[in-house]
Design a protein around this ligand. Structure first.
Ligand code: SDX
Length: 394
């Protein structure tokens, strides 16, 4: 069952590494986590179980899952001095800026296990990162809103804990809405890993110098922040709101996206690898329908515009020719917005979800005895050798 894919030399020449974590067939629209189809994991698994699968390569037994869940709960607190980091940021700091800084700084607190060649150290760092990301993310939301930080509660599940730390307050008794918990858990599953995307390649390249895992993950968070990558979910909602508030027809925006002289692009459309429908977009589209129906928001203007945009774009020659289909970011923002999660937390949630993918790839690379520092080469396009000219003669 292992490694049963064969590649043509053209593809091989572009491959940056070999990996057994995730498989994508962009033409078929296939996505496998350790061999399991994303559709089956979305339907039957939980994010924490998917974390175990990506990290260890196999689905856990019930005892293994219970043990893993206990360990992740154990590490969910942050060193109390980390709280002080937040006070150093402006209140209007983007939560992604806070996340880059705080995660990078964790190596100053958890230096008892940073021998990257020690499997036990790698395991502890992986557990610490997976378990602390919800706390770091929720605290960046609390800080931006001037609210007291909430601590994780062991009686809650991983996803319930994140929502409770986001929306709970000391004076209240917040109980996460089960529909929101399921919707968010699904979003986390769908964003957990995606082969050698820009941020995962960033983690692998920075980790290949034997930098500590917290620094490597911080680099991945910074790369994910870009609007062409993880920042797209935030931009999709901004685009949909622009269309709704413009009072103009959706067709006008589609025409702009096709106009070479207009920098406007349809955010949430297109993909570096998928030249077929992103399988995650299909799954998340159904969840969007279900959640909005349950909340009575089916006529939510943003969702209506999204469906209209999707229909027009997927029937339009320009998009069909270029194989531009809706990607996972196209619907995730609508769900997060419906759950009351603010726009500037969308990419933070993507980073939270992707941490397990990043650290699984990092671990796979570091456990390979043949692993060497990454050193991409270039095509030089500069001057041929020439002699120095003194300033008087310039
Ligand atoms: C993610 O890599 C991953 O796996 C990423 C990700 C993950 O899980 O890690 O899947 C997550 O990043 C999803 C993508 C989110 N980004 C967006 O939705 C931003 C909008 N999409 C685009 O900017 C673009 O489609 C990219 C960046 C996603 C892909 O860029 P490509 O493959 O380099 O495409 P391209 O720029 O070469 O475009 C090819 C053509 C161009 O037209 P022509 O020059 O051929 O005439 O398609 C056009 C582009 O102008 N085009 C678009 C378009 N995307 C590409 N035209 C309008 N709207 C768009 N969204």
């Amino acid at each position: 069952e292992l490694g049963y894919f064969t590649y043509d030399p053209g593809y091989l020449s572009t491959a940056s590494c070999s990996s057994g974590v995730t498989f994508i067939d962009g033409d078929e629209g296939t996505l496998l986590y350790r061999g399991y189809p994303i559709e089956q994991l979305a339907e039957q698994s939980t994010y924490l179980e998917v974390c175990y699968l990506l990290l260890n390569g196999e689905l856990p037994s019930s005892d293994e899952l219970h043990q893993f869940s206990r360990i992740i709960k154990e590490h969910s607190m942050l060193h109390e001095a980390v709280r002080g980091f937040y006070d150093g940021f402006r209140h209007d700091a983007h939560p992604m800026a806070i996340m880059v800084g705080v995660v990078g700084a964790l190596s100053a607190f958890y230096h008892d296990a940073t021998d990257v060649h020690n499997p036990e150290h790698r395991k502890i760092s992986a557990h610490r990162l997976i378990s602390k990301m919800p706390t770091i993310a929720a605290w960046s939301y609390k800080y931006a809103n001037g609210q007291p930080f909430m601590y994780p509660k062991n009686r809650l599940s991983y996803t319930e804990n994140f929502l409770a730390m986001m929306f709970g307050v000391p004076t209240g008794t917040y109980e996460p809405n089960p529909t929101f918990v399921r919707a968010l858990d699904l979003i986390l599953i769908l964003h957990a890993d995606h082969e050698q995307n820009a941020s995962t390649s960033t983690v692998r390249l920075s980790g290949s110098s034997e930098a500590n895992p917290f620094a490597a993950i911080s680099a991945g968070i910074a790369s994910l922040w870009g609007p062409l990558h993880g920042g797209a979910n935030e931009k999709v909602v901004i685009m949909l709101e622009e269309i709704v508030h413009s009072g103009k027809k959706v067709e006008e925006f589609v025409a702009r996206a096709k106009d070479k002289n207009d920098p406007f692009r349809l955010m949430g459309f297109g993909h570096r690898v998928y030249k077929n429908y992103d399988p995650r977009a299909k799954i998340i589209r159904e969840m969007c329908h279900k959640l909005l129906a349950e909340m009575g928001g089916e006529n939510e203007p943003l969702f209506e515009v999204a469906l209209k945009l999707e229909k027009i774009a997927t029937e339009d020659e320009y998009f069909i020719e270029r194989k531009l289909y809706p990607n996972v970011d196209f619907y995730s923002g609508i769900i997060l917005r419906a759950m009351g999660i603010p726009l500037n937390m969308f990419t933070v949630i993507f980073a939270l979800a992707r941490t397990v993918g990043w650290i699984s790839h990092w671990n796979e690379m570091m456990q390979d005895p043949e692993s060497r520092i990454g050193r991409p080469r270039q095509l030089y396009t500069g001057y041929k050798e020439r002699n120095y000219v003194s300033i008087e003669n310039r």
